[in-house]
Ligand binder design. Sequence first.
Ligand code: THU
Length: 161
Amino acid sequence: MRTLKLESEVEVYDDRNELPERISKLLAQAEEAATRAYAPYSHFQVGAAVQMDNGEVITGSNQENAVFPCGLCAERTAAFAASAKYPDVPFKAIAITAINPEAPLAKPVSPCGSCRQALYEYEQKFNNHMEVILAGQSGPVFVFHSVEDLLPYTFNAGFMS
Ligand code: THU
């Protein structure tokens, strides 16, 4: 028997003034997108902004439904819209943040497993890394180099070939 240790690296910005401009700008777009969430059931508003390789930014927010499973997270709303609009353009980065009106979020929001898998697909498709920027309403900002860092041992198309 042997043990494998999983390691992933994340840049932590405790001071938001130290964020590179491209990151703070993308985060501001995710913050704005969160205000457009449709979240009448959870009241938890999530915003995502995808930086595309052609300079465009596509945003999304969570969209809930009275039939709960019909709703969709902000990350997939943004990623699917981005891919539907620009099917041949790689994603360079995604910024994700949330507003919790009941208890303001003082730590970075964490994308769910399904969204990590969905984002990983685009990283694989274009064979390029996508930075993942995570923030709460206050507190540190996390910057991961790639989706793969957030989802090790991922299932991908390679297993089926
Ligand atoms: N949600 C997201 O949009 N993204 C996440 O990463 C976590 C959760 C949404 C789904 C639902 O509308 C609400 O937040 C509460 O789970």
